[in-house]
Write a protein that binds this ligand. Sequence first.
Ligand SMILES: C[S@@+](CC[C@H](N)C(=O)[O-])C[C@H]1O[C@@H](n2cnc3c(N)ncnc32)[C@H](O)[C@@H]1O
Length: 263
Amino acid sequence: MGKKSDWNPEQYLAYAGERTQPSIDLVSRINSVKPPALIADIGCGPGNSSLAIKQRWPDSELVGVDKSPAMIEKAKQDYPGQEWILSDVMNFTYNRKFDIVFSNAVIQWIPDHKNLFEKFFSLLSVGGIIAVQLPLFRDMELGMIISSVSRRSRWKKAMEGCAELFTYHDAGFYYDLLSEKLLKIDMWITDYIHVLPSHRGILDWIKTTGLKPYLDRLPDEQDRLSFGDEVLEDIKARYPLQADGKALLPFKRLFFIGYLQIP
Ligand SMILES: C[S@@+](CC[C@H](N)C(=O)[O-])C[C@H]1O[C@@H](n2cnc3c(N)ncnc32)[C@H](O)[C@@H]1O
């Protein structure tokens, strides 16, 4: 089995605009009567989601938390004035409570969502807000392609259990989990349509995120290239190119915002 690789912030930010739009949309729908004093961006990555938060509330204090050394390094380098903490969220503690616990495109990487939301609640101030977005990856054509290629005889053994590495539930699960403690919950799903330069653009998009755990199972670079090529062939078969040669990638995301007090 291959070694788990770190994230690659540069490749991740190759589509910074598309990857940050959900954070902008999520932050814009938070109903906070006064500017929050302290916000946590859990799984802040290279700081792009944190920037979206800072653009709405420039005077609020923000703490970015991420378990990837490469991502935290990049965030520190690009936004040196902020506090960036290298930590797995499950081990993260802080000496003050947060008015908002924000997490964009992260929780699908964390297996036990009951425990995770207990953690989020433990970080919240009285009257605090939880704001989350997660991609519904396995429900998308692209997620299905990757999982079906991984079941082919050449890859099956190495990739056993890979598809289960992503955890997410339906809106009802999160509603029941959160409504025990929160007084108001807003939920919605948005289908983004990302315009990518080509079929290879779709492969490059997913290489740094949804394809990463699969590639990590293959220690040999040649195998990783071959697996990527097989996924690319299926992408070509399922995503027709537009008249200008671009490829459209529909991408489904679940959002929810929960309030400990009615705003
Ligand atoms: C897809 S990136 C999202 C980055 C940024 N929030 C954004 O909106 O673009 C997912 C990030 O979650 C981080 N992550 C995954 N599991 C984590 C955990 N258990 N604790 C902290 N960070 C985690 C990864 O290291 C990665 O930087």
